[in-house]
Design a binder for this molecule. Structure first.
Ligand SMILES: Cc1ncc(C[n+]2csc(CCOP(=O)(O)OP(=O)(O)O)c2C)c(N)n1
Ligand code: SF4
Ligand SMILES: [Mg+2]
Length: 317
């Protein structure tokens, strides 16, 4: 089956999933946390018939302080580096249990690995690459990207954007903050030739939920890269979390797109982008940047968006 033909029930405002959250309240995430918002949307869109595997990071620490847990579904906490490896093992176990008749043969049970940007782009990259390459049928990997190692105190990761101030890329007289460009994880995932790769932002919640559903319906590995604001680490007012999730898309910094069997769809074309400076304004981590730094970043954003448009024109879905 082609990824583009995968059948799933679309979430709309009218049929938005009802009932209690499968990620229970009472977790310890900060006010305005974009990761926990994305996680709730993920759980709402999949219901109860799936298994989650969490790498350590904010979402594992905040939701599972012993002896309590917010997870009302089967859930495994694993190490920082091996969420994808464990999820592939669980996926194989589920397939074997189905084959032996211990689980319904006609029902698919997705296994979802959840990790932060550090757990994905840095320490977990090898495990993720292996899982994508092996082609597990019911494997979904979700990266919650808050652009630094937040759980351990705002250290930079390879997904931290150029210029951002973190505790290990501090801005000062000898440094402008992060001096490397953000690693392009969706492109790396797509280069594995998996059937489904997508980006999502919690400000576009139906788009995010439907991408999760599509990922579950596709046969083969799926990778979802979710932008997840962290007011604490970004030195941003907590009430601006959703707004920043919107601005990052509308500035073309984080375009929403899907790669289905190697074919590209830009889900939200941004014809009149807002300047990146407007997105930066809300966040203390960019406050030190000079106009010439912002110009350099704007040029890079323009170039990357143009590259994506070319891909979508060359390989349309
Ligand atoms: C091998 C190993 N190294 C370091 C750590 C400490 N550690 C736990 S979570 C974390 C950072 C997680 O960052 P990220 O994956 O981006 O998730 P976030 O907390 O930002 O959601 C680190 C360094 C660890 N648990 N294991
Ligand atoms: S530090 Fe950031 S990612 Fe972690 S719980 Fe707080 S807001 Fe969420
Ligand atoms: Mg992170």
């Amino acid at each position: 089956m082609r990824a583009v033909d995968a059948v799933y029930e679309k979430v709309t405002a009218k049929n938005f999933p009802k009932g209690p959250d499968t990620l229970a309240y009472g977790h310890r995430a900060c006010q305005g946390c974009g990761e926990v918002l994305a996680l709730r949307l993920l759980l709402k869109s999949l219901g109860t018939d799936f298994i989650a595997v969490s790498a350590t990071g904010c979402m594992e620490v905040c939701t599972s302080t012993f002896p309590q847990s917010s997870w009302r579904i089967p859930w495994l906490h694993v190490a920082f580096e091996n969420a994808a490896a464990v999820a592939s093992g669980v996926e194989q176990a589920v397939q074997i249990l189905r084959k032996k008749g211990h689980l319904p043969r006609d029902k698919r049970i997705p296994v979802v690995a959840v990790a932060g940007d550090g757990g994905t782009a840095d320490i977990g990259l090898q495990a993720l690459s292996g899982a994508l390459e092996r082609g597990h049928t019911d494997f979904i990997y979700v990266c919650l990207d808050n652009e630094a190692y937040m759980n351990t105190g705002i250290q930079r990761s390879s997904a931290t954007p150029f210029g951002a101030n973190t505790t290990t890329s501090p801005a000062g007289s000898h440094s402008k903050g992060q001096h490397t460009w953000k690693k392009n994880m969706p492109a790396i995932a797509a280069a594995h030739g998996v059937p489904y790769v997508a980006t999502a932002s919690p400000a576009f919640h139906l788009d995010l939920m439907n991408k999760i559903r599509r990922a579950a319906a596709v046969e083969g590995p799926a990778y979802l890269h979710v932008y997840a604001p962290c007011p604490t680490g970004w030195r941003m007012k907590s009430e601006l979390s959703v707004e920043s999730s919107r601005l990052v898309v509308n500035s073309r910094i984080f375009p929403l797109y899907e790669v289905l069997d190697g074919r590209y769809i830009i889900n939200r074309k941004v014809d009149n982008p807002i300047p990146v400076a407007d997105y930066f304004k809300q966040q203390g981590r960019f406050r030190h940047l000079k106009p010439e730094d912002v110009e350099k970043i704007q040029a890079r954003v323009n170039q990357e968006y143009e590259n994506l448009v070319k891909l979508a024109e060359t390989f349309p879905a």
